[in-house]
Design a protein around this ligand. Structure first.
Ligand code: PMP
Length: 407
C-alpha cells in the first residue's frame, strides 16, 4: 500500500505551483477539467519528439511504434474500466462524442413514434440533448426521472418510468453539479429484468473511483479523459459486443473499412468500425500515462483523502452565513454546489478569482437541474485528490471576505 503524501503528489502537477493575481492558486474546478501530472505532459512530449507517425497505415518503424502506443492505450483503458474485451472499447474525443455515437448509431434506427428514452433531471446536457435530437427525428420522446430536494435520484420513480415504450435508459454515474453517486448496479439490474439497455454517463465517476463496467451491469459506459488527468480530446465508449456488432458506423472514412467498392463497402470489426479518420494519438498516449498515475497513487488512498476533504469542506462551509448547499446525497463525490443568500454566483466567482481561487459559476450544463431548484446558477467547488485542507481554509476565508464585500 502506498502512503498518501499530498505534498509529494502536488509536486507532480506543475500547474498547481503557479500563482493567479499574485495569490497562490487554489484550483477547485476539477469537475470541469483536471490538471495534468508531469508524466502525462512528458509522455505526449516524448511521443511527438520520438515516435510520431500515423496509426495502422504504415509498416515503417515509427508507424508501428505509434500504433503500438495507441492500441496499448486502448488495452490499458479497457483494463481500467474492466471491459471484458479491448474490442468493446471505442476511443472517442470524450463523453459528448461517445453519447452522440450511441444516439445516432444505436438509438435512432430503433426509435419509432411513441417510443421513449429515459434520462433524469440531474443530467449534464450531453446526456439530454443528443436524445432530444434523435427523438425529434423519429417521433419518440424524452422522459426525465425526478430527484428529491437532497439531490438524489428517486429510484422507484425511475424504475416506474421504465415502461415498454422505453428503448434506452440513461443515467449519470455521478452528478457533475451535486456530486450524487447514483445506484447504477441496482438500476442496471432492473433494466436487464425489463430488457431495456442502460447507458451510463461516467464522466464524473472515473476520476474518483475504480469503475468496473461488468460489475455495474450496464450496456454502454461513456467517459471523458480530460477530467481524469488526461489531455482534452480523449475519452471512450464501452459497449457490449452485441450492440457494437448491430450498430451501423456513424462516421465514415479511413481506418474504419474492410474494403471500399462503389458497389458496396464493407466495414472493419469493432472497435475500428467506429473510429474513422486519424485519432488523437498523442492524447491517448497521455491518457495511458494518466492511468499509470492513478495506479501509482491508488483509488483507495484517493477515496479516503477526497472524502475527508469533502467532509471538511462541507463542515467549514456551514460557518458561512446564508450559505446553502445543493446536493446532500448520502453518497457523494467531492463536488459542492452552493449559493450565498443575497450574492450573485458570477460576482462571487469573479471576486474569488482575484483571491487566486478557481471555482465555477453558472448552470454547469445542467439547465433542467437549475430549473428544479429554481435558481439560474450556482457556485461549484469541485475537488481532486491533490487538493488540501489548507486550500479549503483559504477558500472559506476568501468566501467570508467576498461575502462582506457583496453585502
Ligand atoms: N457528462 C458529465 C456528467 C460531465 O460532467 C461532462 C463534462 N462537464 C460531460 C458529460 C461532457 O464531457 P465532455 O465535454 O468531455 O464531452
Amino acid at each position: 500500500p502506498t502512503v498518501f503524501d499530498v505534498q509529494r503528489i502536488r509536486a507532480d502537477f506543475p500547474l498547481l505551483a503557479r500563482s493567479v493575481h499574485g495569490k497562490p492558486l487554489v484550483y477547485f474546478d476539477n469537475a470541469n477539467t483536471s490538471q495534468k501530472p508531469v508524466t502525462v505532459i512528458e509522455a505526449m512530449n516524448t511521443h511527438y519528439r520520438e515516435h510520431n507517425a500515423n496509426v495502422s497505415r504504415a509498416v515503417h518503424q515509427l508507424g508501428e511504434e505509434a500504433t503500438a502506443a495507441y492500441e496499448g492505450a486502448r488495452d490499458k483503458l479497457a483494463q481500467f474500466i474492466n471491459a471484458p474485451s479491448r474490442n468493446e472499447l471505442i476511443l472517442t474525443s470524450g463523453t459528448t462524442q461517445a453519447i452522440n455515437l450511441v444516439a445516432y448509431s444505436y438509438a435512432l434506427p430503433r426509435l419509432a413514434p411513441g417510443d421513449a428514452i429515459l434520462t433524469t433531471v440531474m443530467e449534464h446536457h450531453a446526456n439530454i440533448v443528443p436524445w432530444q435530437l434523435v427523438a425529434q427525428r423519429s417521433g419518440a420522446m424524452v422522459k426525465a426521472a425526478p430527484i428529491n430536494q437532497r439531490g438524489e435520484l428517486i429510484v422507484e420513480q425511475y424504475l416506474a418510468m421504465l415502461t415498454p415504450e422505453v428503448k434506452l435508459a440513461c443515467v449519470t454515474h455521478v452528478s457533475n453539479v451535486l456530486g450524487t453517486v447514483n445506484p447504477v448496479r441496482e438500476i442496471a439490474r432492473e433494466c436487464r429484468r425489463r430488457g431495456i439497455p442502460l447507458l451510463v454517463d461516467g464522466s464524473q465517476a472515473v476520476p474518483h473511483r475504480p469503475v468496473d463496467v461488468q460489475a455495474l451491469g450496464c450496456d454502454f459506459y461513456a467517459f471523458t479523459g480530460h477530467k481524469m488527468l488526461a489531455p482534452t480530446g480523449t475519452g471512450g465508449l464501452w459497449a457490449k459486443r452485441e450492440h457494437l456488432e448491430a450498430m451501423p458506423p456513424f462516421f465514415g472514412g479511413g481506418e474504419m473499412i474492410r474494403e471500399v467498392r462503389f458497389d458496396g463497402t464493407t466495414f472493419a470489426a469493432p472497435p475500428h468500425k467506429f473510429e474513422a479518420g486519424t485519432p488523437n494519438i498523442a492524447g491517448f498516449v497521455g491518457l495511458a500515462a494518466a492511468i499509470d498515475y492513478y495506479h501509482s497513487v491508488g483509488f483507495e488512498a484517493i477515496h479516503v483523502h477526497e472524502q475527508q476533504l469533502l467532509a471538511y469542506a462541507t463542515e467549514r462551509l456551514r460557518d458561512v452565513p446564508g450559505l446553502r448547499i445543493f446536493g446532500e446525497a448520502a453518497e457523494k463525490e467531492p463536488v459542492i454546489s452552493f449559493l450565498i443568500e443575497g450574492a450573485q454566483a458570477t460576482d462571487m466567482a469573479t471576486l474569488l478569482d482575484l483571491q487566486g481561487i478557481a471555482v465555477r459559476s453558472g448552470h454547469h450544463c445542467a439547465h433542467p437541474l437549475m430549473q428544479f431548484y429554481g435558481v439560474p446558477a450556482t457556485l461549484r467547488a469541485s475537488l481532486a485528490f491533490y487538493n488540501t485542507r489548507e486550500e479549503i481554509d483559504h477558500f472559506v476565508t476568501a468566501l467570508l471576505k467576498v461575502r462582506k464585500l457583496l453585502m
